[in-house]
Ligand binder design. Structure first.
Ligand SMILES: [Zn+2]
Length: 118
């Protein structure tokens, strides 16, 4: 992949990362406010399940943040856009849709097939 294109992806990834980090910050302060405003036990129960829901979301966000950081590192070392399984270039449409991907569509399809069997 040429340098200019790699920098385009870096900008996309960096923007996603900034947004995720901003959202993560918002969620934490939102949780603190709720705790103060609902002392009633019933509300506390629903607050607990809200919090579990939030934690699940945040777990997914955290993993995505990790993937974005890895993708940025791959841009730095020049391996971005190369399938880590077959070492072919990943199609551009796929990268556009999902810049954090590390597998080309063929390897991804194969991986999902294996997972279904396993
Ligand atoms: Zn591949």
């Amino acid at each position: 992949m040429d340098q200019q294109k790699a920098e385009e992806y870096r900008a996309i990834l960096q923007k996603q990362l900034d947004e995720l980090l901003r959202e993560a910050g918002k969620t934490v302060s939102g949780m603190t406010d709720e705790q103060e405003n609902f002392p009633d036990p019933t509300d506390r129960a629903s607050m607990e399940s809200d919090r579990n829901f939030e934690l699940r979301i945040r777990d997914r966000e955290r993993r995505l943040i990790g993937k974005i950081r890895e993708a940025l590192k791959r841009i730095d070392d020049g391996t971005f856009g190369i399938c880590e399984s077959c070492e072919e270039e990943i199609g551009e449409a796929r990268l556009r849709a999902r810049p954090v991907t590390t597998l080309c569509i063929d390897c991804k399809t194969e991986q999902e097939r294996q997972e279904r069997i396993g």
